[in-house]
Design a protein around this ligand. Sequence first.
Ligand code: HEC
Length: 88
Amino acid sequence: MALALFSILVTGCKRASLPDAASPGAQLYVSRCGNCHVPYNPHEMTASMWDTQVTMMESKIQAAGMPALTSDERESIVEYLKRNAGTE
Ligand code: HEC
């Protein structure tokens, strides 16, 4: 019983839809940041952590030979992540 509840919580969490999923920033986030791993929920990190994270991911994108984020794409993704970021 406890185990069943736990797995519902865990999968429920992983599949929880992203905040403001219909916004252009969210859609860009999913298309640029959701192809190597599931897109993390913006709540999982603080705004300043997202800055660092996106920079780290830009080097992964480059290493994978994928097209780099344009400055517009980066701005809109970071804006989306920060707008929905967690507070701790
Ligand atoms: C080229 C593949 C690739 C793309 C595209 C990519 N990531 Fe990642 N990401 C990874 C890998 C691999 C990891 C595993 C952690 C590591 O190796 O540092 C990761 C881990 C993460 C983590 C977890 C870090 C942690 O400490 O738990 C976050 C958050 C993240 N990525 C966000 C993003 C965001 C935001 C974008 C879009 C800007 C993005 N990723 C695009 C490959 C990618």
